[in-house]
Write a protein that binds this ligand. Sequence first.
Ligand SMILES: NC(=O)c1ccc[n+]([C@@H]2O[C@H](COP(=O)([O-])OP(=O)(O)OC[C@H]3O[C@@H](n4cnc5c(N)ncnc54)[C@H](OP(=O)(O)O)[C@@H]3O)[C@@H](O)[C@H]2O)c1
Length: 215
Amino acid sequence: MATSEINSKFIFISTDFVFDGRFAPYTEESLPNPESVYAISKLEGERAALSRNENSVVCRPAVIYSWVPTGQTSSSSSGKPLNFGAWLVSQLQARKEVRIVTDQVTSPTLADDLAQAILKLAESTKAKGVFHTAGATSISRYDFSVKVSEKFGFDTNLVRPIDSSQLKQVAKRPLNSSLISNRIKNETGYEMMSIEKALDIFASQASMEVELNRN
Ligand SMILES: NC(=O)c1ccc[n+]([C@@H]2O[C@H](COP(=O)([O-])OP(=O)(O)OC[C@H]3O[C@@H](n4cnc5c(N)ncnc54)[C@H](OP(=O)(O)O)[C@@H]3O)[C@@H](O)[C@H]2O)c1
């Protein structure tokens, strides 16, 4: 691997989906058991990175969300125009009802929080191996959506609870893939954000855009 030849660090972004969801919350010591093609490929990526460069760092975030400024939405190669949080805001803002699962629990991660965590790990000379880099709060997709709705002042009745069987998702999802992200704090001093702090930042980014448009 080119990075090991130049004695440099390789950082691989993985996922909470490497776990099957049966034994949450998970630490870096927990045994992965991926159950979808996506998750299997991410675990293979982790192993390839770690085996080819001993200084590799694997970051595992979950449900990454952030504000996407209006006019800057565009599909990535995976076909997603928006992340979950920004999509949710766009729907609620348009007063559309959203059906959100109550039985999938994760540790949603603000992109800014993840970016700072990655920088800390990149800067650290000691940090290597697997790090959970997910939001500090474990919460269902439904409860997360209600909190977002409240934070932005939308009608929370627009968020309708459903369970995974009603969603008919093709790929299997872990029902509880909550992550404990203590290792990064212990080794670099960086503490992943609580949902309250992250949603404050998320909402303030959105309101900044409203302010800019007003001026
Ligand atoms: N989204 C989540 O909730 C979540 C949760 C846990 C982990 N993750 C992990 O976080 C990472 C980002 O996820 P995401 O949801 O933001 O994915 P995404 O929306 O599909 O974005 C992937 C990005 O990677 C770029 N890309 C894809 N193939 C590339 C290549 N061969 N060379 C250079 N760039 C390439 C894409 O470029 P284009 O825009 O040009 O297509 C796009 O900007 C992934 O590794 C994912 O497994 C995501």
